[in-house]
Design a protein around this ligand. Structure first.
Ligand code: ADP
Length: 636
């Protein structure tokens, strides 16, 4: 029992001893290391947090230096035994100088050995951190056992910096290493951001400059465009004015144009051929008082600038009237006028006159003004040609209407004068033909028949001429309301004898028993007669003529259709003209070419319309439509 107890106690003591041995030998150092690493880690975390508190995007070298200082200050506050300094390479030299340093000790950069500078350059070229944990005599004046060097250089190597961190304690040096790496990476990143930012800024500046230039150009173009638009508008106004009262248009053009270019005086002088003078056309434009003059310049007054411009077909510009003789022109003689442009106005080589504009300022007219005045002078020349054309045309029109009147009067008188002797001739011919005054030979009879036919034709010609001259003058219609169906029926009955001569049939179609219209029955029936007579005259023997009277609501439409040769579409436009005879008519039939124009005149005077539907070889169908009188309104 005791033996057993002993062995248990011994076993326990041994285990206890082994536990403590192991704990002291392995576990405690590991725990110590873990907590040490923990401390280092949280210190590093604090450091990085501190560093990042002061981070912003550097926009200048100064701001970037500020960030470097901040980083080094933080390093120093976490490791007060360290020394850190920023060296910058002197441009074009192999030496370096200190730009920042943080330490109790001061280092003079000029006292550093060329070996150290060599290291700087080496570090710069490899773009890597250099750790030296055991310095030797080569590092004299540096006075640190351990140093870390890391470079800053830009891609384009504009700014070259080295940061040197020195410490005397090797352990601390190893401890600092990750901080140095962190600083190096962080500052490089900042530098890249800075560099990019600067580049963007300069690009931005460039863009801004370009934009400003474009804006300026746009502004200038804009004001040029506005100016041009004003001129265009003025020309447009000028053109629209020209479409109105022509006689006033030149005045308006002159004053609008002068206002647009802010001239003080403007006038158009036209050449009066009969007087051989340049005369002011309409009213000149004067901006200041007391200048409203009108004058004429004899074409041989050669010292006048207007006459010179007219004769030589040249533009004259006076830049400053005070430097020329005052007698040169009436305007320039005007005390307020200093500069002036006189431009010839011509159309197709023919001189029309001159356009002049003046200003009370010297050197007023520039190239743009001249171009504008030239455009206006072209416009004036066009208007003047229209005015002349218009004048000539109205004179011609007046002359023609006068001649027409004379012709109408002549026709009417002659027709009347002819009618009486013709009636006498016809009377005597029929007496002779009746044999009442003695017998005649067959030849005499046949000659007399020819005379009879000729006088019949002459009589219808005179009737037509009288009709047309009455219709063209003031005619008093005998207006009444009558039944058109009945009237047409009567008319057709009297024409049936004529139709039978050519063995033709006239068919009458109507869609009601009676249709009332108001008008002159005699004249309106002449329309029906003329159309049916034409249908008989121009159609083949044995054919049919269809006459139709149709009720179309407010109007009544009468049509006369035949199977004759028809009328080509070109001739359809002409057959209603006075004296027009168709090609088909000229050789085969007799007529005056007045029948259809008489019809047209009668129908239109009754507020109706007349037209034809036909085609060559397809027969012709003439229509006329008249306003209908409603049954309840009819006068019976
Ligand atoms: P006219 O019959 O005396 O020649 P109109 O004024 O009556 O004069 O007719 C003018 C022309 O219209 C005629 O010369 C003829 O060419 C054409 N025309 C008129 N009616 C017909 C018709 N029914 N068929 C063919 N042509 C016609």
């Amino acid at each position: 029992m005791n033996t057993a107890l002993f062995s248990i106690i011994t076993g326990l003591a041994f285990s206890f001893a082994v536990y403590w041995y192991l704990k002291f030998k392995y576990l405690l150092p590991i725990e110590k290391k873990v907590s040490y690493i923990d401390t280092i880690y949280s210190k590093f975390k604090d450091f990085s947090l501190e560093v990042s508190k002061h981070s912003y995007i550097p926009e200048s070298v100064e701001e970037f230096s500020d960030i470097i200082s901040h980083h080094l200050t933080k390093l120093h506050s976490f490791f007060p035994d360290t020394y850190s300094a920023v060296f910058e390479k002197d441009p074009n030299k192999d030496s370096w100088h200190i730009t920042h340093s943080l330490s109790m000790k001061k280092i003079n950069s000029s006292s550093l050995s060329s070996f150290v500078y060599g290291l700087f350059n080496k570090c710069l070229n490899s773009n890597d951190i250099l750790f030296i944990d055991e310095t030797d005599e080569n590092f004299e004046n540096l006075n640190f056992k351990c140093i870390a060097i890391f470079p800053f250089s830009t891609v384009d190597k504009k700014i070259v910096k080295i940061i040197l961190v020195g410490v005397n304690d090797k352990d601390e040096f190893y401890l600092i290493s990750p901080y140095v790496k962190y600083l190096s990476a962080n500052l490089s990143a900042y530098y890249k951001i800075y560099e990019r930012n600067i580049k963007l800024k300069s690009e931005n500046e460039q863009l801004k400059r370009e934009l400003n230039a474009v804006l300026k150009e746009l502004d200038m173009t804009g004001s040029r465009l506005i100016k041009k638009a004003r001129e265009r508008k003025a020309i447009y106004d000028v053109v629209s004015v020209s479409k109105g009262d022509l006689s006033k248009s030149v005045d308006s053009i002159v004053s609008i144009s002068a206002r647009v270019i802010e001239a003080d005086m403007a006038a158009f002088l036209f050449y009066d051929e009969s007087k051989r003078t340049l005369e002011i056309y309409g009213k000149p434009y004067w901006r200041f008082e007391g200048g409203d003059v009108s004058y004429s310049l004899p074409i041989d007054e050669l010292e006048s600038i207007e006459v010179k411009s007219f004769i030589e077909k040249k533009t004259f510009i006076i830049e400053d009237s005070s430097s020329i003789e005052s007698s040169l022109t009436n305007h320039v003689g005007h005390e307020k006028i200093r500069s002036m442009v006189v431009m010839p106005v011509y159309l197709n080589e023919n001189m029309i006159g001159v356009l002049e504009m003046a200003s009370k300022n010297k050197d007023f007219f520039n190239q743009e003004h001249l171009e504008f005045i030239s455009a206006i002078s072209n416009q004036i020349s066009e208007i003047m040609s229209i005015i002349n054309l218009y004048k000539n045309l109205s004179a011609k029109a007046e002359e023609l209407s006068h001649m027409n009147k004379i012709k109408d009067e002549f026709l009417s008188t002659v027709s009347h004068e002819l009618k009486t002797p013709l009636t006498t001739i016809k009377g005597f011919v029929s007496v002779l033909l009746s044999g009442e005054v003695g017998s005649m030979t067959d030849q005499q009879i046949s000659f007399l028949k020819i005379v009879d036919q000729a006088s019949n034709r002459l009589s219808s010609l005179i009737t037509n001429l009288l009709d047309i001259s009455r219709l063209e003058g003031k005619i008093d219609f005998d207006v009444a309301t009558f039944d058109l169906i009945e009237a047409v029926n009567t008319s057709l009955s009297s024409l049936s004898i004529k139709a039978m001569e050519k063995n033709m049939k006239i068919s009458f179609y109507k869609d009601s028993k009676s249709i009332y219209i108001t008008g002159d029955k005699h004249w309106l029936m002449q329309v029906v007669d003329n159309l049916v007579v034409n249908a008989i005259k121009y159609s083949h023997r044995d054919s049919e003529i269809k006459v139709d009277v149709a009720d179309r609501g407010d109007v009544v439409v009468v049509s006369v259709e035949d199977n004759g040769p028809g009328i080509s579409s070109e001739e359809q436009k002409l057959i209603f003209d006075k004296f027009y005879r168709g090609k088909n008519a000229l050789s085969n039939t007799q007529g005056t070419g007045l029948g259809l124009s008489i019809c047209k005149s009668i129908v239109e005077k009754h507020n109706g319309k007349i037209w034809v539907e036909s085609g060559k070889g397809k027969g012709a169908k003439f229509f006329f439509a008249l306003p209908k009188v409603k049954v309840e309104n009819k006068k019976l």
